[in-house]
Ligand binder design. Sequence first.
Ligand SMILES: *Cc1c(COP(=O)(O)O)cnc(C)c1O
Length: 441
Amino acid sequence: MSGTEEPGTPSAETATGETAAVRRLEDWDGTALRGLVDDYGSPLYVLDLERVRENYRRLTAAFPDAAILYAVKANALGDVLETLHDAGAGLECASAGEVRRALEAGGTGADVHYTAVNPPARDLDWVVDAWAAHPDLTVTVGAEDTVDRLADRGYDGRLCLRVNPGIGAGHHENVETGGHAKFGVPADRAVDALADAADRGFDVVGLHAHVGSGVSSEQLDAHREFVSRMGDLARSVADAVGSLEFVDVGGGFGVPYRDDEEPLDLEAVADATRSALGDVDATLAIEPGRYVVADAGVLLTRVNTVKEARETIAVGVDAGMTTLLRPAMYDASHPIRNLTADSSAAGERDPIAQTVAGPICESGDVFCTDRELPATERGDVLAIGNAGAYGYEMASQYNSRPRPASVVIDGDAVRLARRRETVEDVTRLETSRVPTDDEPE
Ligand SMILES: *Cc1c(COP(=O)(O)O)cnc(C)c1O
């Protein structure tokens, strides 16, 4: 699909009005992106809100009857939350901080689900307070302890139980949650746990599971197995405890990170889900994060070093694992495009195997190893694709490196959505620090 689109019109819709299932890195307007680095510096996150809307619309088209809750942790920027809330999405939150940001973005209790994973007391205190003002808020618990702790705080509102279906899916073991002891109540305890909560006066509304991130078309059988277990469980709960308002099968809708990967067949996933849940008398809920924002974002970075290493060309850039952690943490592959080499003024550059690495003193601080890219020169601007999900959210200040700025594009409008941090921001919280006036950027 990308081959038929003009590079300058990344949001092109097909003749039928459907939006492209994937936006590849080469679909972005390279000249416009280079201009953003001139204006806002590097490294720089860029997020296209119209692409966020398109991704959300494809989900609503494939799952017309489902409640769709955006998983805030994928990208919690206020502009993203407001855009999705305006488009009709609910917001699934992993912490009190995310609940707060969801409410500040215009969410009301009915739009917000808080998924409590080993929740710190501070989080529960905050959310129960917020519940007083937003009584339609839903809390999803993954342990019976959490039910007790909510009861201790006087909470008897909407409660959803996260179960561990004993089945995992995902692109890396760090994001497989379904079979992991940490997540959810074992499925065979679900009926008792919900019956108990209902007896204690909670408003039991839902059953939930999230088996991990990176569900792909090849793993459709695993997904089918998972949703059919959820269907069975929902029927048992309905028999023993009463009917549920929703069954939430979580997120994990994968996106292609490599150029040769096909986009997820959403219709196939939706069909498999519908047929497995079949006669269950409850609304289907899904919680996509990555799918909504991944290909709406790129990370721009400038080359500062090019050197011949023993077996490769080592290219040094100003973004690192502190900017985009996924390659270091998950061994994730992100597409990389040299925007300077793409411009006609640069002339033809021969492809050559190169290793692109950041400025952090860690051997894992590498974006790609021996990848064929056009010969790089110092000063070039590189774009790293699919950076809209779990990019800025996982950024850190390790090595005293301030976090980058974020720019949003919305149609013809471009604006700074979050300024670049300074070293002053990094040291601001130290109580014994003597501030200096001359801060290096
Ligand atoms: C992370 C998470 C999601 C979203 O996962 P994606 O892979 O980004 O779609 C949804 N639900 C829960 C409970 C999560 O922890």
